[in-house]
Design a protein around this ligand. Sequence first.
Ligand code: CUA
Length: 196
Amino acid sequence: MADANSNPMLQPLPDGVVPAEVVARTEKRWLRLMFGTLVVMMVIVVLTSAVAALHPPSNVEVIQASTLHLGGEFAESNLGTAIEPDGSATVRLIAEQYDFVPHCVEVPVNTPVRFRITSADVVHGFLLPHTNVNTMVMPGFVAEVRTRFDHVAEYAMPCHEFCGLGHHAMWTHVSVIDKNSFANQGPIQRTRCGRK
Ligand code: CUA
């Protein structure tokens, strides 16, 4: 019969080797921390989606990028802010190297607003800080984001998707104004933001 001391499993661990129970305990602790973090993040995603309408834009709608200017929804005369029969506002914009058309749009406060944006060339980005509006603008697709502005504000909106050498200078202006001032503006004035 072998001597108990000659069995390596029964001998004390050498210095510096962590016992298996300690390793298992530590791993369980990390596992709990990881699952906890996951749960917290899932709760944040669900809550912001339900309460603040923060979610990835999900509109999948194709459009021919090369013929935008020839007619249809994104013809130049149709761009800017339009009021729908139900009182909501629809804003149509084209993003192209290196500007948004129109360069400025006015929208009424406390009104449901639907942005419909497409690109005439490459991928651009459209984001209004501190709102749920944040979308990529892809050629060949119409990006749609719905929001509502509850106070008068000015948004200087730089393109936030690198789109070429003029990217840094590409921006648009969204001006949220009170309903009366908005009603007094014609479609052209709504794209001038107070400029004569
Ligand atoms: Cu358009 Cu960057």
